[in-house]
Each structure stands twice: as structure tokens, then as C-alpha cells.
Ligand binder design. Sequence first.
Ligand SMILES: CC(C)(COP(=O)(O)OP(=O)(O)OC[C@H]1O[C@@H](n2cnc3c(N)ncnc32)[C@H](O)[C@@H]1OP(=O)(O)O)[C@@H](O)C(=O)NCCC(=O)NCCS
Length: 192
Amino acid sequence: MPRYYVIRGEKVALSLISREDLSLFVSWLNDPEVNIYLSMRRLITPEGEEEWYESVRRDPSKRQFSIVALPEEEVIGVVGLDRIDPYDGSAMFGIFLGRKEYWGKGYGTEATILMLDYAFNILGLHHVWLIVKDFNERAIRCYKKAGFKEVGRLRKAVLQPDGRHDVIIMDVLAREFNEAHESAFKKIQEKA
Ligand SMILES: CC(C)(COP(=O)(O)OP(=O)(O)OC[C@H]1O[C@@H](n2cnc3c(N)ncnc32)[C@H](O)[C@@H]1OP(=O)(O)O)[C@@H](O)C(=O)NCCC(=O)NCCS
């Protein structure tokens, strides 16, 4: 089935999640090398993932997309927003690349920037925030490149095999994002 891209960059496009992607997501989320970085540490079942998929389709407080690597058009991860609050104009950001061979090559940063562009320039949000474990240096670097700043810490809030770690809270405002990055959506609107 051809994929419909919501937004297309140079290295990645974001597409609507299709049901066929779910079995991949289950295997990635249960991979200990991926799971260690996530806040969701429980075992993910196919049934649980199907429930999540249905909630994404129905719940307007969630927007989740498959990350598709270009030009090979391979699904490599998931990026999205949760807890979208239209009154406050705020949402929580999340991302993971399940295909580890794609880590550290710029795919995550581009997917993050595209998602923030969607959040600020399509949904019209004002504020996007996230949480990240302090040892996840790759993710922290990726988030900073996209425009997030550290705004606080939950001290020793997570237990890892090597001991307790802080959870870093980061956020970015629409104005800050638009000053630092060109919006793909604004470019399309200007052309129309
Ligand atoms: C976090 C994630 C989305 C980042 O995407 P990515 O494509 O790997 O990241 P990018 O290549 O765009 O950027 C990573 C940056 O960190 C740097 N980096 C890579 N490995 C690193 C490491 N071990 N320590 C410190 N920095 C590292 C890269 O050099 C790059 O910075 P640079 O462009 O200045 O050189 C991806 O690695 C991932 O999904 N990881 C597993 C799940 C996860 O951590 N999700 C986030 C939970 S909060």
C-alpha cells in the first residue's frame, strides 16, 4: 500500500501509522537496548500495541507518526505528541528509532524538527516538552539541536541496572523554534 506522507524532509518523512507497522513496533519496544531509554519499561504485547493504535486513531490529544527513512522508504521508528492540550497550546513530545543501525546519523534530529514544525505551524501549539533520562546523551544532543532546552530535573527519579538517575525535563516554545528553523509547512503555504 503506498504511504501518505504528512511531511517530508531530506532524510526522513513522517507518515500516518499503518496497522502493518505494529508488529515491528512491538519487537523494537521490547528490545532491551531501545527500552532502557524509554519511560515505558513494561513488556509490550501485540494486544497492548493494538490498543495504543486505536487510541491514537480516536484520541485528539495524541498525534503519532511512523518515521520513514528516505529514499529507501523504510519505517525506522515512531515520533509524536501526547497530552495535546488545545487550551494551553501545550503537548508532550516522544520519539524512538527502533532500527539501531540508523542511530547517530541525523535521522532522529530531522524527525524531531519535522514533528516540532507540525506541532507549532500546523497544530498551532505554543509549547512542547519532553522528559529524557540523564544518561541518554544521544537523545539530549538531538533534542538540543532541534531547539529544546533543559528546564529542570527530577532527581534520582529512575532506577537503572547501574543505579539511580535523574530525569531531565526539556521544553521549547513556538517562537524559539521558528527563529531557529525554517518551516516546511510555511514554505508550502507561501507557494500556494
Ligand atoms: C534518541 C534518538 C531518537 C536520536 O536520534 P538519532 O538519529 O540517533 O540522533 P542524531 O544522529 O540526529 O543526533 C545525535 C547526536 O548525538 C551525538 N551522539 C551520538 N551518539 C552519542 C553518544 N553515545 N553520546 C553522546 N552523543 C552522541 C551525535 O554525534 C549527534 O550529534 P552531532 O550531530 O552534533 O554530531 C535515537 O538515537 C533513538 O531512538 N534512541 C533510542 C530510543 C531513545 O533514546 N528515545 C528517546 C527517549 S527520551
